[in-house]
Every structure is written in structure tokens, then in C-alpha cells.
Design a protein around this ligand. Structure first.
Ligand code: OXD
Ligand code: MN
Length: 597
């Protein structure tokens, strides 16, 4: 397709203004075809950006520049007109000042490069829950990743030509090439020039200087969470950092569950889990993001806006996530910052294979027993969701799937029980707003201090989180008796000797079973000061070895003193939101204090 064939005047003039500013050597409109994708992959193999792997098939390894390896939250900004609309948890810049700075940074930034125009849909193109975007980028790596992670195609341009709204996404690696200058495998700009910016009022994303993951694949965190959370609030729906799974009981009855855990807390593992309890089945709808709208029956229906998995490779194995390993084994994947084996395969820490020798992610020889990590800890695979052996057949249903339960969780070695059902929606919002993980000794703040990550949205909410909590309360009002039940889970509890109390992985199906049966009203619980906990007999522990009575008492008990000790931290966390914070959540905290006595 040629630029001149685009009919939508707004799209045309927006594209032209960026072409004029960035002065690329060439402009290519991406059509999402296999032919174009193969050409780009071959071109990157030739230029040294990609290595074609011998296995899995049709897969490539890419190694980034050593300083460009993760999302950069300290360079991520919400550029709302008013600073208070970004709120205390976001970095803010004035939109006019930011754009003025971009006029300098982007001037000629694509010289010597091709500008790719990627039309993409977040969600199935015909779904009423989906939204469209156009990403401009000068990175072929971004194009081929976007083709896995989103639905790329010219039909999106037809929709926009017919009047559909779109989010404007601009990305440059910020490394123009002078005449005759040779390129490097991973061009990017220095840290102080990197910017990941969001303009919620005008639905724009502008990202400069990084080629990695969420900084550059703008459909994911930037659009599907930061911009979409703003759209969702204005339009009365929800954009959440949640996996979506389908749970089927032995009688064939199905329920859908959406779960919010902070980054790197096992969302992908839970979404693809193999249950250990007989007759139960888990299938995947999504592993990272959920968009939910009210259906005509008043229930919340969810879609996965993405089309692929961009997962953390280290730690992924046949033990932790066999279905993910099987997905990757089908090929058609991109591995970023993993190690390469001597026979042209890929490897990372905890991988099932046990090679003697490798080349690590920074191209150094590596031998078994070497103390250095062979893969970067944030090494990633990008792989098509459709290849997952347990993808639910309805994962692309444009109507979405009706959600019965929300799960929240974090990593808590102490205090927080294995599973806790909220007393009602408002109490559930309190649980979401107080989601936290323990900081490690290495982090500023130190051991025992909590890092609050409300709803796992701390780095992803595109507006003032005080208003976000209010939005959750309003959704509950609207949903009434049709609202999903809310639960808080914690797979990470330890005893005083530092031993994990819960085996995790497929055994988490025992907790999912209790949740399923609570939604049906068939499982029993005990009401406590912190919520409804399973009675020992209500949790299916059949066949679970090594679970002592004492361990179970810790997992399913209320540590009153522990809860009392975290109250000052919750108060300080709530105080950050000032007068934007809903009074209802102060009431919830007071009620919990009173119940704890
Ligand atoms: C992710 C994240 O990459 O949450 O999904 O950081
Ligand atoms: Mn995530």
C-alpha cells in the first residue's frame, strides 16, 4: 500500500508531519503479511541484528545493546495538561514542553533508516471491545515483534478510513545514520535521551531512544494499559494488568477468572497451568492484559487485547510452565537476550536442557558451572498466542468471555494467607489498592518494607491513581449483584525457617477449585477479620504430600499482630493520594482495624 492510498485526512497529515520531522530515507506501510515479515527477518539476519536459530524452527535470536534491556520507568512520563491528573505515582511533563523537546530530538532522527507504518488492532478487529492504533517506528525489530503481539493488517487502515478512532504511536530508536555510516546491531540512544511519553488527552504515545519491549512495542503497556486505562475510565470500562484463564470443572462447567499480579510474579505460568487435581482443566485466554466491558446481561466481558506472549524467559521450564515451553517449541518466535547453544538453539537459566557450553547474551563464551548468568534476567520470548496448546478455542471471541472472579496477589513471605475472599466488592477494592510485595534486602527501604503496587498497575495507570480507585468503586456500583467475586492469593508464603509453605505451580489449581466453588456457593469458608478464608476441609488437599498441619495453619490463618504491624504502612500509602483518594477506602481500613481489635 502507498501513503497516497490512505484516505483518512487526520491519519495522512499526522503521518506527513512525522515524515517531515524525522526525514527517513524510505517509508513502508506494514501489511502484516508473512512475505513482508520474512523479508524483514532476512534483512536483520544480513545486518547482524538477528541470528537465525537452528531450533525451534523459523525463530531468531536478538541481542540488545547492554544498557537497553528493560522498561525504563524513570524515563516514562504521563504528559497530561495538569500535573495532578497524572497523580503522585507517575512522572509528569508538560505536554507542550515535551513536544517542543521532541521537535529537537526527532529532527532527522530517522535519517539513513526506513520509517515503518504499522496499522494494528488491540483485540480481534471486529470486537466492540477492541481499539486500533498506528505505530510509526524506525526499527524492523519492533515491526516483527508487533506482528506477533498485535493484529497487524491493512484492514485497520480501512477501518480508520471509514472513521474509526486510532491511537497515534510514534517510536524512534534515536540513532540516525550519517551518509555512509555503518549501522550497529541494536541502535538506541543514551539513557538521558530516552523518553517513553503518553499524552492521554490526545491519545498519543511518543517513545524515543529505546528499542526494548514495553518501551518500543507501543501496543502493550503504553497503549493497552496507560492510554487504555484513561479511555476505560472515560467510557465506563476497564483496562487491567490481568491474565485471563478459563477453568473447567469435572462436570464440564466453565468459569473465567482474571488475575492481577505485579510483573514477574508468575502471570504467564498461572494462565497456562496444568492442574494437578483430577478432572480440572485450565485454558488460556491471555497472560498479561485484560480489557473488560459490560455485556447486555450486565456482566463484565473480557478480551485479551494482545495476540502473542512477551514473556520473561529465565525461570521458564517444563517444571514451571510446560505449556509455554510447548508454545515456544512450535517456533515462529523471537528470543531477545537469551544465550545461544553450540548447536544453534536458545537457552536461559532454569531451562530444561543442561548444555556444557554456550555463548551468553553479551556474546561471551560460557561454560557449565560459570557463575555469570548466561541470559539476561529480563531476557524475553515473543511467541504467537495461537500456538499455545491450551489456548481456549474462544480466545478470539469478539464478545469476550464473562468474568466470574478477580484475583489479586503479590509476593508475601509473611502475614498474607494462601487465599482470602473479599467480604464484598468495596472490600475487594481495598484489597486491590493495598496489593504489595516485600522488598528484598537489596532495594532501598530494606527488608520487611512493603512495596505497594495497587492492582499491579503502579507503573501502568495513565492517570491519577486516586481516581482509578474511584473508578473501580464505580464499576462495582454499576455491576451490582453481577460483579465478579474478588480474592487475594499468595503463593509465596514461607515459615520462620525460610521454607516455602505452598508448592505452587500446578498445585495452585487447588486454590482455583475453592475459588470456583465459592463463586458457585458450594464451598465453605470462615469469616475472619481480614476476609473469608477456606476452612481446612474446604480446600482439596488430596494427594498433596509433605503438607503438615502447622504449615496449613500458617497458610490459612490470620496473623493478627502481623496485620496490625502493616497498618501504618497502608496509612502512609493511602496518604500519598491526598484529596483524590476515595473516603470509602479509609472506611475499609478503619473497619479492618476494628475487626482486628
Ligand atoms: C511485562 C511487565 O513485561 O509487566 O509484562 O513488565
Ligand atoms: Mn505485565
Amino acid at each position: 500500500m502507498l501513503l497516497s492510498e490512505i484516505k483518512n485526512a487526520e491519519l495522512k497529515s499526522w503521518l506527513q508531519s512525522w515524515i517531515d520531522l524525522c526525514t527517513p530515507d524510505d517509508v513502508v506501510i506494514c501489511d502484516g503479511s508473512k512475505k513482508q515479515n520474512d523479508e524483514l527477518c532476512n534483512q536483520m539476519v544480513k545486518s547482524g541484528t538477528f541470528i537465525k536459530l537452528n531450533k525451534p524452527e523459523n525463530s531468531f535470536l536478538c541481542r540488545s545493546e547492554v544498557s537497553d534491556v528493560a522498561r525504563v520507568e524513570e524515563r516514562t512520563y504521563i504528559c497530561s495538561k495538569k500535573q495532578e491528573d497524572a497523580g503522585p505515582t507517575n512522572h509528569w511533563k508538560d505536554p507542550a514542553e515535551m513536544k517542543a523537546e521532541f521537535n529537537v530530538l526527532f529532527k532527522g532522527s530517522m535519517k539513513g533508516r526506513t520509517m515503518y507504518v504499522i496499522p494494528f488492532s488491540m483485540g480481534p478487529i471486529e470486537s466492540p471491545i477492541s481499539k486500533y492504533g498506528i505505530e510509526i517506528t524506525d526499527s524492523a525489530y519492533v515491526v516483527v515483534n508487533m506482528c506477533i503481539m498485535t493484529r497487524v493488517g491493512l484492514s485497520v487502515i480501512s477501518k480508520i478510513d471509514a472513521g474509526a478512532a486510532f491511537v497515534k504511536c510514534v517510536h524512534s530508536v534515536g540513532a540516525p545514520l550519517a551518509d555512509g555510516q555503518a549501522d550497529v546491531p541494536w541502535p538506541c540512544a543514551p539513557m538521558d535521551k530516552k523518553y517513553i511519553t503518553h499524552f492521554p488527552e490526545t491519545r498519543e504515545i511518543i517513545s524515543f531512544g529505546s528499542g526494548y519491549g514495553g518501551n518500543a512495542l507501543l501496543g502493550k503497556k503504553c497503549f493497552a494499559l496507560r492510554i487504555a486505562s484513561v479511555q476505560a475510565r472515560e467510557e465506563g470500562w476497564m483496562a487491567e494488568h490481568m491474565l485471563i484463564l478459563k477453568l473447567t470443572n469435572p462436570k464440564g462447567i466453565v468459569k473465567y477468572v482474571a488475575a492481577a499480579f505485579p510483573s514477574a510474579c508468575g502471570k504467564t505460568n498461572l494462565a497456562m497451568m496444568e492442574p494437578t487435581i483430577p478432572g480440572w482443566k485450565v485454558e488460556t485466554i491471555g497472560d498479561d492484559i485484560s480489557w473488560m466491558k459490560f455485556g447486555e446481561d450486565g456482566r463484565l466481558y473480557a478480551i485479551n487485547p494482545e495476540a502473542g506472549f512477551f514473556g520473561v524467559a529465565p525461570g521458564t521450564s517444563m517444571k514451571s510452565n510446560p505449556n509455554c515451553m510447548r508454545t515456544i517449541a512450535k517456533g515462529n518466535s523471537i528470543f531477545t537476550n537469551t544465550a545461544i547453544t553450540m548447536d544453534g538453539g536458545t537457552w536461559w537459566e532454569d531451562h530444561d536442557e543442561d548444555p556444557e557450553e554456550l555463548v551468553d547474551w553479551i556474546r561471551r563464551p560460557w561454560k557449565k558451572g560459570c557463575t555469570r548468568k548466561a541470559a539476561h534476567p529480563n531476557a524475553r520470548f515473543t511467541t504467537p498466542a495461537a500456538q499455545c496448546p491450551v489456548i481456549a478455542p474462544e480466545w478470539e471471541d469478539p464478545r469476550g468471555v464473562p468474568i466470574s472472579a478477580f484475583l489479586f496477589g503479590g509476593r508475601r513471605k509473611t502475614v498474607v494467607p494462601l487465599v482470602n475472599e473479599a467480604l464484598d466488592w468495596k472490600h475487594g477494592v481495598f484489597l486491590g489498592a493495598t496489593m504489595a510485595s516485600e522488598m528484598t534486602a537489596a532495594a532501598a527501604g530494606g527488608l520487611g518494607q512493603l512495596r505497594f503496587d495497587p492492582f499491579a498497575m503502579l507503573p501502568f495507570c495513565g492517570y491519577n491513581m486516586g481516581d482509578y480507585f474511584k473508578h473501580w468503586l464505580e464499576i462495582g456500583e454499576k455491576a451490582g449483584s453481577k460483579a465478579p467475586k474478588i480474592f487475594y492469593v499468595n503463593w509465596f508464603r514461607k515459615n520462620d525457617a525460610g521454607k516455602w509453605l505452598w508448592p505452587g505451580y500446578g498445585e495452585n489449581s487447588r486454590v482455583l477449585k475453592w475459588i470456583f466453588e465459592r463463586c458457585d456457593g458450594t464451598a465453605s469458608c470462615k469469616a475472619t477479620a481480614i476476609g473469608n478464608l477456606p476452612e481446612e476441609k474446604a480446600l482439596d488437599l488430596d494427594g498433596l504430600k509433605d503438607m503438615t498441619h502447622d504449615d496449613l495453619a500458617l497458610l490459612l490463618g490470620v496473623d493478627k499482630e502481623g496485620w496490625k504491624a502493616v497498618i501504618p504502612q497502608i496509612e502512609a500509602h493511602f496518604a500519598k493520594f491526598g484529596d483524590r483518594f476515595p473516603a470509602e477506602l479509609h472506611k475499609q481500613l478503619d473497619a479492618m482495624k476494628a475487626r482486628l481489635g
